[in-house]
Design a protein around this ligand. Sequence first.
Ligand code: ZN
Length: 320
Amino acid sequence: MNTSYIVLDLEWNQGYEKTTKPEMPFEIIEIGAVKLDSERRAVDAFECSIRPRVYRTLHHMVKKVIRLKMEELRGAEPFPIVMKRFLKWCGRDYIFCTWGPQDLGELQRNMRYYGMKPLANGPLAFLDVQKLFSLDREDGKIRRSLESAVEMMDIEKGESFHRADSDAGYTAEILRIIGTEALEKHVSYDLFHLPPDRRHELKVRFDTYSKYVSREFPDKADALRDSEAKSLRCFVCNKDTKTALDWFTLNGRNYLGLGVCKEHGPMRGKLRLRKSDGGKHYVVKTIRPATREDEKTLKEQQQKAEQAEKKRELARKAEA
Ligand SMILES: [Zn+2]
C-alpha cells in the first residue's frame, strides 16, 4: 500500500450566543498539516491562515488559547480557496490523521457551509492519533492533551502549542513513533456524512469487536425496526445469532442485547441511537464476544429495565 498520511490540525473561531450560526458554529481560521509517506517519513508541510467571513472578532476564549490577532487574518484568503489548494496538496491516496476526533467534522461542516463537494459519500476513515497513542502507550482509554503526550515522549518543544502548523508537527512526531500494529488495527470513522443508503452502511470488523453504522431514519422506531440495524450477528462468522436477550434499554438511547452463535458462543451487542445534524436518527452498533460475567451482568440489567418499564406502565394507567 502506498498511502500517505496527512496529519492535520485546525484552529477555529466561534461566535457568541447571539451571533452563532448553527450551520457553522466553528469557523476555521487556520489549517496546518504535515505529509508523511507510507514509511511515515515527513515529506512536506502545509500552513495557511484563512480570512474569516462569519465571525469578525476573535472570541475571548479563542484569543486566550491561540496567539493570533484578527488583523493577521485580514490579508489571508477565504476558506474555499485555501481548502481547494489544501486538497490539491494532499494528493490522491492518503488518510487523514488528527489529534482527537473533532477536526474532520468541523472541516466538513465548513466545506458544506461554502457549498463545496463533500470529502466522502459517507463515513470518512481517519486515524485518531490521540486514541492510537493511548492504545499504544497507555490503557487505551485515557485521552491526553497533545502537550502532555509530547512531554511524555520527550519530544523537543520548540514552537508553541495551539497553532495549526506546530500542532500538526507535534501530532506527526507522535504518529511516527506509534507501533505499526496499533496503526493498522484501529481506524476511526468520522460520521459527519452518514451512509446515504443501505448499500453503503458501514460494517467493519476490528480485532475484538465489530462495528456497524446505519443510514438515517426519519424516526427512532423506524431505526429499531430495520432488520439490519437490529440484527445481532456473530463477531466471528457474521451469522445471525439465536436471541438470548432481546434488545432492551435502560435510558432510551442505548440498547443492550445478547445472542448465541451455535459455533462461537455468546455475543453481546450495544446499540446506540444517535441523532444526526439534520434531526434524523441513525444506529451505531458494536458486537463482541461475551464472557460468563458479561452474560450475568446483562441479565441483571435486563431485569432492571423490565421492572422500570412495568413501573412506567403502571404510572401511565394511574394517570389515565
Ligand atoms: Zn459464529
